[in-house]
Design a protein around this ligand. Sequence first.
Ligand code: PMP
Length: 435
Amino acid sequence: TNQRPTSQVLYETALQHIVGGVNSPSRSYKAVGGGAPVFMKRAEGAHFWDVDNNRYIDYLAAYGPIITGHAHPHITEAIVKAARDGVLYGTPTELEIKLAMMLKEAIPSMDKVRFVNSGTEAVMTTIRVARAYTGRSKIIKFAGCYHGHSDLVLVAAGSGPSTLGIPDSAGIPTTIAHEVITVPFNNLPALKEALERWGHETAAVMVEPIVGNFGMVMPHEGYLEGLCSLAREAGSLVIYDEVISAFRFHYGSAQTFSAFPDHDAIQPDLTALGKIIGGGLPIGAYGGRKEIMEQVAPLGPAYQAGTMAGNPASISAGIACLEVLQESGIYDRMDGLAAKLAHGLQEAADRNGVPLTINRIRGSFSAHFCNHPITNYDEAQDTDGEQFGRFFKLMLDQGINLAPSKYEAWFLTTAHTEQDIQVTIAAAQTAFAQL
Ligand code: PMP
């Protein structure tokens, strides 16, 4: 068991100066029984070192962007070069064209791209553009999907099917929440019902085509096809939030993933990106069909801007990250390691009578503490959070860093090794035995 006295002291200091001691609520340990989060000071490959010099194997990957492992030499070199050449110009650069072309080639539904600074911004702007294009104001989203912290998408389901949304956060006017309808994922009749009632007012149906926010959840066979055709019948656009899913499972996005047989039938009108495409630096991007994207200023009436947007450091890191991911065999290797780890975790849980449901998609998986399939948010909520909280701390004590959330995925990176996997399975065996 590692000791973390310096993290404890830093947390107490942080609490005096930074709200909640953290700069994103997901970093606090509130959801896993409280206590001081680990303060890290260095990371390399699949490993972290904290301020007490404890080493950790990392499966958080900074909530997804760090798919090539920490401080990957090719990305580091690109960032250093960008820093030497000046980090921000406020003018266009050739680098932006290069990354835009790489994204378009991998995600053909994007005729035109715009870079922003975060996934939140990317999603927020796709909604504005969809509203500008359709002249409608409502959006339909899915329970448990997270699309950043802008007003419109931080809205929960109202009570009962086909009701208007209620704010999921203080500070969001109910008038805004009433522009949002939330329906269950993987349920075409529920979407159909919502569209029958609100379709003529709906600018867009917004979805994580492969869900990453209440576990890793695949759409049922035919679901995305049905979603796209129902939305189009209603004259609504389809927006894919691929902030997590793009470049996660293969070099491309959900809309080009081999798990789906008919790519033509699942193409969105707009796509939001973030995370991996910045190689660990702040980034977001959105793009889509030419005539829709031409709504955006300076061509059209939908305004969106950004002082830091397309900055050379983020763009350089993004290009370098995608270059690493183009190496052959990269995704198969992560897939293989994730399969071994998931299998080992399941065996260890079974041996100790701990209910565990693993949803694995290539190199990522979620591990829910429950014994039924997870296909929507309702099912995910049954996860035993108290048990997960104890598991999380027992793993942390043994040097395994997971996200402090019962829903969050485990992310393999290109830097993890067989040995990391074996050490993690052994730690999980110890942890399950103590639950
Ligand atoms: N969309 C999805 C699917 C996400 O998972 C996230 C962040 N976890 C966001 C949007 C928001 O991205 P950001 O944190 O970069 O604003």
